[in-house]
Design a binder for this molecule. Structure first.
Ligand SMILES: Cc1cc2nc3c(=O)[nH]c(=O)nc-3n(C[C@H](O)[C@H](O)[C@H](O)COP(=O)(O)O)c2cc1C
Length: 177
């Protein structure tokens, strides 16, 4: 092994999946935030966790709410996901400004996102501050998959400079685009 700096080492962790974390304010207005730092954390019950920076609008929503939805967006949603990652729900209504469409959930009061690859409805079970982010853990209480075959998207090293073209499917990554 060769000792190196953190930038080079962290660059080797890519590709990283892209998710959207949907949470709502007290009036029920939902907001969607792209998140790469999402992972499953438990089998029984099935749980997942998302790490959210203190300064995100979504951080406040997840602090005050007991429910959230995690979706894996499809390749068709690249531009909208990019918009959501470059705007804050504190300033804009992302569901009005993008073509993302809400869909009725089964158990929670936060909407699903139509045409996602998969949506997980979560009830918040815990929080842990780690540095400048809080990890919010949720139990998955319902799940939904697309009726058609849709491709998930990932980020690769250097994706920030490429705009939404930095979000790639497995096939695009294999072709080296
Ligand atoms: C691909 C991608 C992955 C991201 N992953 C995370 C993440 O895991 N945690 C986080 O706090 N922010 C993450 N961000 C940044 C937020 O999505 C971004 O700051 C967003 O505008 C915050 O929206 P909000 O203020 O409406 O919550 C990511 C952005 C992109 C584009």
């Amino acid at each position: 092994m060769r000792k190196t700096n953190l930038e080079e080492a962290i660059g080797r962790k890519y590709p990283e999946w892209v998710t959207l974390v949907v949470a709502a304010d007290e009036s029920g207005r939902p907001n969607a935030m792209p998140a790469g730092w999402v992972t499953f954390t438990s089998i029984d019950p099935v749980m997942l966790a998302v790490s959210v920076g203190f300064e995100r609008y979504t951080h406040g929503l997840l602090k005050q709410s007991d429910e959230f939805v995690v979706t894996y967006p499809s390749a068709e949603q690249k531009e909208d996901v990019y918009y959501c990652g470059n705007h804050s729900g504190a300033d804009v209504d992302k569901f009005s400004e993008t073509s993302l469409k809400k869909e009725e959930p089964a158990r929670v009061s936060v909407p699903l996102v139509q045409n996602s690859v998969v949506c997980f409805e979560c009830e918040k079970r815990g929080e842990l501050v780690t540095g400048d982010h809080t990890i919010f853990a949720g139990e998955i209480v319902a799940a939904h998959v697309a009726e058609e075959d849709l491709e998930k998207i990932y980020t690769v090293k250097g994706w920030h400079e490429k705009g939404y073209a930095g979000f790639q499917t497995i096939e695009e990554m294999a072709r080296g685009r």
